[in-house]
Design a protein around this ligand. Structure first.
Ligand SMILES: Cc1ncc(C[n+]2csc(CCOP(=O)(O)OP(=O)(O)O)c2C)c(N)n1
Ligand SMILES: [Mg+2]
Length: 803
């Protein structure tokens, strides 16, 4: 018998039945995981659970349309999808719930994220790319609602680039741009700005993005009437619908319990997106939450009886089961048997995950107990240590924290005593700590051979007759060389394309390299960042341009939550070597002379933050970064484009090292540490100070994250015994961060004869008028007087008071 439903392809009844029953098993397995998962939380074995129950059936349809090379960017409801593509087993699901730190047991995030946050391994052990065309890919989830959206745009745009740009080695990433980026988002999360920004941008860019809205009418307890105009996302998006005259979206509405209709919907969406690169929105309605939002709180508090009854009836698994029986794919009895087998499988899988999670720690507990006993025997505080030991011995499945607390508290009782037993305890604590600490702290940055810090400096070279040119020319000619050398590199941003950026650092390059590689974008910083992240995750080398540093705040959430955490939250299994280019520091007014470097440093650990003092240094950073595999933010000096710099003759080759400071003036009396635009003022002040007999040494830190990896600043302080850190951030901002490093990490306090100080901008934002900077940020006179004051205090005879 041949049947026509539900796909257009005609397949035999038997084949279709096999597929339906396979789906049924996945749906039941996933549901059973959710049910048992909740129990694990209620019994205290897991802390928190957020599950995919009530969303199973649409995810099976999505998985059918999902091909190798495709990417998902979704959220915590997608366990069924992950199971359907073979990327999540029962054991792994529970390992995630327990927060197991072993990447082998918990491949999604090695216990770094809550359960329900998914991702695939896209990198080899050495940090190089796997062949992403041989697997189904999921970018690593993040918890903030809609934070998956900006990245989704870039994942989709990568296909557009691969289809339209010649010369890129796409073997591991693309087959002529046929890959779809599939997004998922909850109905309530569509209220976020990121959703709207991404939807508009994908419509403009016409990229193969299929976004599914899982609509269960709620966002935790808040009903759609508080979330969405007309309570209907597809209705209000109708203006985006494409037609004969205009490109736009294909919008599909389908009920989440209707297996056959869902398969049709996803097949149609895939055809459109793969073929024409038009984006598609699938509004999946009438979904439910059988167990409520998560394990914290119960839905009975905000759903009435009618709603709860409706949810029971329209539970997608219940409806699917009815459909399977009605269409004679199986019988009630057969399905019950399947259900029983799966219940047992899930229970067994859960047990196996618990054992795999707890056993290594039980082993350590057992190892520690006799060491504690021996230590107790050798101590006058025997009873106290034995009591700690006994408490630990009683814990059935101890976690690392409990084991280490016991060991360390016991050691505290041994202060002042000496014994072999104590030495053994100390060794055990040190070994165990160093063994496990990396499970929690590794991979914030790349640990591969091409991490940015391993790339060596290459100095710019100059011909004898080298001219001094407007500094923007140096950037332009260097970018030219970059685009010539790296076909996979591209740059985009506001005014980046046609006019070649607002300061013409890209002048003429769109004509030369085409509008896919040197591109204008809409005014939408968060998704400019997202474009970069997504494309970088698919093997391209994007440079995302944020027009001014003051506007990076729009993109900061995406940088901080997504880009900065990517390596860490996947324990090095995904990377996005995105370069973010912007310009800032002093110029004019609140929104064109910001230098919020402390704020950025604090929020962006995981991204290199580079603050070149001129355009040659900046160009050198771009060259370094393109050879590495890490994300970075490069802040060019906004007032530096028209200053003259000597024209190098090795564009594309000279490299500014990352994390290495540079001494730009030698001196013996005081060490001045600064960066960026402020440095020119520091240099001026230092020249003036020479006139009064003060010889200052000036150090340009060049990169804030990481900062002075060779600890060179302290070497200068050993000589000068005095320190002033100068910048134009607020008091306690980046200058305090630098000072903390110099005092605490580099131990400079050992060599100081004067109070180490900072000189910063005022705590308000810079005023606009022509003298706004003068009264808001440190001036040459401020710097001079501050330093003179320090010298006066140390030797009033030689440096009599200024006033
Ligand atoms: C930016 C942000 N705000 C708040 C939260 C807390 N939060 C987690 S899930 C959620 C509701 C999301 O609802 P919806 O998008 O409809 O997805 P559902 O859980 O219903 O599938 C909220 C408010 C969050 N994770 N991120
Ligand atoms: Mg919802």
């Amino acid at each position: 018998m041949q049947i026509e439903t539900p796909t257009k392809k005609s397949i035999s009844f038997e084949d279709f039945k096999t597929e339906v029953l396979k789906d049924y098993k996945i749906a039941v397995t996933s549901r059973e995981c959710s049910l048992l998962g909740r129990r694990e939380v209620l019994t205290g074995k897991a802390k928190f659970g957020i599950f995919g129950d009530g969303k199973e059936i649409p995810q099976l349809a999505l998985a059918k349309a999902f091909k190798n090379g495709d990417f998902r960017s979704g959220y915590y409801r997608d366990q069924t999808f992950m199971m359907a593509i073979g990327a999540l087993s029962i054991e792994e699901f529970f390992a995630g719930l327990y927060g197991d730190n072993s990447i082998k047991n918990e491949p999604m995030s090695a216990g770094r994220q809550m359960g329900g946050h998914f991702g695939t391994h896209n990198l080899n052990e050495d940090g190089t790319w796997k062949n992403l065309m041989l697997q189904k890919n999921s970018s690593a989830d993040t918890s903030p609602t809609a934070s998956q959206m900006p990245r989704l745009l870039g994942l989709a745009q990568a296909s557009k680039i691969y289809r339209n740009v010649d010369g890129i080695n796409a073997e591991k990433f693309s087959d002529n741009g046929n890959e779809i980026a599939w997004g998922t988002i909850g109905n309530a999360s569509t209220s976020e700005g990121h959703f709207w920004e991404t939807i508009n941008a994908a419509g403009v860019l016409q990229v193969p993005m299929v976004i599914s809205v899982w609509d269960d009418e709620y966002g935790i307890s808040v009903h759609a009437r508080h979330q969405t105009t007309k309570e209907n996302i597809s209705e209000i998006l109708k203006g985006f619908q494409r037609d004969e005259e205009n490109k736009g979206y294909e919008i599909i509405v389908v009920n989440g319990w209707d297996y056959a209709a869902l398969i049709d919907a996803y097949e149609k969406a895939a055809e459109i997106a793969r073929g024409s690169h038009a984006p598609v929105l699938i509004h999946v309605r009438e979904l439910t939450q059988p167990q409520g939002h998560s394990t914290s709180g119960s839905q009975e508090r905000y759903k009435n009886e009618d709603r709860l009854n409706w949810e029971r009836e329209f539970d997608c698994n219940v409806k699917f089961r009815e459909w399977v029986i009605q269409n004679n794919f199986s019988t009630q009895e057969e399905l019950e048997k399947i259900d029983q087998v799966i219940k047992k499988q899930v229970k067994d899988g859960k047990k196996a995950a618990w054992i795999a999670y707890t056993q290594p720690m039980v082993k350590k507990q057992k190892e520690l107990l006799p060491i504690l006993e021996n230590a107790a025997d050798s101590s006058s505080k025997k009873d106290a240590i034995l009591s700690l030991k006994n408490i630990l011995a009683e814990i059935k499945d101890p976690i690392r924290k409990e084991i280490l607390i016991t060991a360390r508290k016991s050691l505290h009782y041994l202060i002042g005593s000496e014994s072999d037993a104590k030495t053994r305890l100390i060794d055990w604590i040190d070994t165990y700590t160093s063994e496990v600490q990396s499970e929690y702290s590794s991979n914030l940055y790349s640990e591969s051979n091409c991490n940015a810090l391993s790339i060596k400096e290459v100095k710019p070279t100059y011909s004898n007759e080298a001219r001094a040119v407007d500094a923007r020319i140096i950037l332009r000619d260097n970018f030219d060389k970059i685009f010539e050398t790296y076909p996979e590199s591209l740059i985009f941003g506001e005014d980046t394309g046609k006019i070649g950026d607002v300061n013409q650092g890209l002048e003429g390059l769109q004509n030369k390299y085409g509008s896919h590689r040197v591109a204008d974008t809409g005014i939408r910083e968060a998704t400019i960042l997202g474009q970069g992240i997504g494309m970088a995750m698919r093997g391209l080398r994007p440079i995302a341009e944020i027009q001014y540093l003051d506007y990076i705040l729009y993109a900061l959430q995406t940088m901080s939550d997504d880009l900065a955490t990517l390596q860490y939250r996947t324990k090095g299994k995904q990377k996005a070597p995105l370069i973010v280019r912007t310009r800032g520091h002093r110029l004019e007014g609140i929104w064109h002379s910001g230098s919020p470097m402390g704020a950025l440093v604090h929020l962006l650990h995981g991204i290199h933050i580079l603050v070149p003092r001129n355009m040659t240094k900046a160009a050198g950073f771009y060259n370094t970064l393109l050879e590495g595999d890490e994300p970075a933010l490069v802040i060019e000096c906004l007032n530096g484009y028209r200053l003259k710099e000597k024209l190098p003759n090795n564009f594309g080759e000279f490299k500014t090292p990352i994390g290495v400071v540079e001494t730009i003036k030698e001196g013996t009396d005081i060490t001045l540490v600064s960066y960026g635009s402020t440095l020119r003022l520091v240099e001026e002040a230092a020249r003036d100070l020479e006139e009064v007999g003060i010889h200052a040494e000036i150090i340009d830190v060049q990169s804030l994250l990481p900062l002075d990896i060779n600890k060179d600043i302290v070497k200068s302080i050993e000589k000068t015994n005095r320190l002033l850190v100068i910048d134009e951030d607020v008091p306690g901002g980046a200058s305090a961060y630098i000072l903390q490093n110099i005092l605490e990490v580099q131990n400079a306090y050992l060599y100081l004869d004067s109070k180490p100080q900072t000189l910063t901008a005022k705590e308000h934002r810079p005023s606009y008028g022509t003298d706004g900077d003068y009264f808001s940020k440190p001036s040459t006179e401020d710097i001079f007087e501050k330093i003179y004051g320090i010298m006066n205090e140390s030797n009033p005879e030689q440096y009599p008071a200024l006033k």
